[in-house]
Design a protein around this ligand. Structure first.
Ligand code: ACO
Length: 378
């Protein structure tokens, strides 16, 4: 490894941006979004309000919110090219995250000459219809056109199922989307800022961010986290199952965090939202099993990785909440993108206003002084 004392392989502790969008305190377990404690914003705000807040720095008043929502809703139709691309991707069985990444590249086709704010609205409005359209295409179900009279979240669930969801379900989804709307300089947000800092465009920045979010070390964990709970199946199997996993050197999805060394505050907000949802449905079995798995996992992580403070992260209760809302596991990570896109775009605006080309350095550890050998002599 390089002996350069400034070398930080994962950039931990390196401050590469100033932001007014969110503050993450990993020691206190505190998340502030544009000045509001997460706990206050998540359960009360509509997602479009959070979007407005992240892009304009203030909460909208009623008429402003109405106009903002109506304008956003007017972009719900996908460009014809987006639809064709999704249909082609479905023929190849692409994963929903890959399909979303491909589709996002086409979201500004019909607004190419417009301002970045128009593009921001079109991109944000089109993420949910693209996921829902693709999920139905992939499952050989008839595609449901968007409705403009529903909220963004409600329309997403409507386009997935054909049924207008109840207020409890919509509230659960909005709480989730608000919770994950922004989170400091996480990997996908950093990717978006790096791209926009070259004076590239919004669609490129969001497409790159989606690529970064896909990996299991970032946004790809909730599916595997839920799979683990299902595989465990009953509380008495948790200890053996988790211990064997850790003995094989595997990571437990939904636990550990680069910044939080205490419980991720988003896990608490989502655990409460999930509990409300499961209680309303009258079936608490899965929720209670998940609580038991969580407690066992933390105890065994403390035992196997002493001093690491590996605690529950946002993904564990994301999985439980999204499952309770009725979403299928393969669209958990795309649904994460549906919330985080507000933050990515907020960071793009901020980077455009204040930023500088992001261009760190690398420490060269390769050979030196090699001599060129012509190909026929190798
Ligand atoms: N299960 C088991 N061991 C773990 C876990 C885990 N979930 N997380 C970290 N560790 C161990 C590592 O193996 C390592 O052990 P070692 O020092 O004995 O080799 C030690 O803890 C430190 O791990 P690092 O990789 O240095 O921690 P890092 O800060 O890079 O990791 C990460 C953070 C990637 C989130 C990690 O905790 C992880 O892989 N978690 C599981 C995947 C997950 O839940 N991802 C979602 C994160 S939340 C989000 O991005 C939205």
């Amino acid at each position: 490894m390089s002996d350069d004392p400034t070398f930080k392989p994962g950039l931990e502790g390196v401050v590469a941006a100033e932001t007014e969008l969110s503050s993450v305190d990993g020691q206190k377990g505190e998340l502030i979004i544009a000045g509001f404690p997460l706990e206050e914003l998540a359960a009360n705000a509509r997602f479009e309000e959070v979007c407005y807040l992240l892009w304009h720095g203030e909460l909208p008043d009623q008429p402003t919110l109405k106009t903002f929502r109506t304008t956003m809703a007017s972009y719900r139709e996908l460009p014809a090219a987006t639809f064709s691309l999704l249909a082609e991707a479905a023929k190849h069985g692409a994963s929903p995250m890959d399909a979303l990444r491909m589709a996002t590249g086409t979201f500004d086709l019909d607004v190419a000459g417009e301002s970045d704010m128009v593009k921001a609205k079109a991109i944000t409005a089109r993420v949910p219809p693209a996921i829902a359209t693709y999920w139905r295409l992939l499952n050989d179900r008839e595609v449901i056109p968007p409705r403009h009279d529903l909220s963004r979240s409600s329309n997403y669930l409507y386009m997935l199922t054909g049924e207008v969801p109840g207020p409890e379900t919509v509230r659960g989804l909005e709480t989730y989307l608000n919770t994950v709307s922004d989170h400091g300089l996480n990997a996908s947000t950093f990717a978006a800022r790096v791209i926009i800092a070259t004076e590239s465009d919004m669609v490129s920045a969001v497409t790159g961010a989606i690529g970064a979010l896909k990996g299991p070390l970032h946004g790809g964990a909730p599916g595997p986290a839920l799979d683990m709970v299902f595989e465990i199946g009953s509380a008495d199997r948790a200890e053996t199952f988790i211990r064997e996993k850790l003995d094989r050197g595997e990571r437990l999805m939904g636990f550990g965090h680069r910044v939080y060394k205490v419980r991720d505050p988003r896990a608490d907000v989502l655990a409460r939202a999930a509990e409300r949802m499961y209680r309303a449905e009258g079936d608490m079995a899965l929720y209670e099993l998940a609580k038991h798995v969580e407690a066992t996992a933390i105890r065994l992580l403390d035992e196997c990785k002493p001093g690491r403070n590996l605690r529950t992260n946002v993904e564990f209760y994301t999985a439980l909440l999204l499952h309770g809302i009725g979403l299928d596991t393969p669209i958990f990570t795309p649904t994460f993108a549906m919330g985080r896109v507000a933050g990515w775009i907020g960071h793009c605006f901020e980077q455009q206003r204040n930023g500088r080309l992001i261009r760190p350095e690398s420490a060269y550890i390769g050979q030196k002084g090699r001599q060129w050998v012509p190909i026929e002599q190798r």
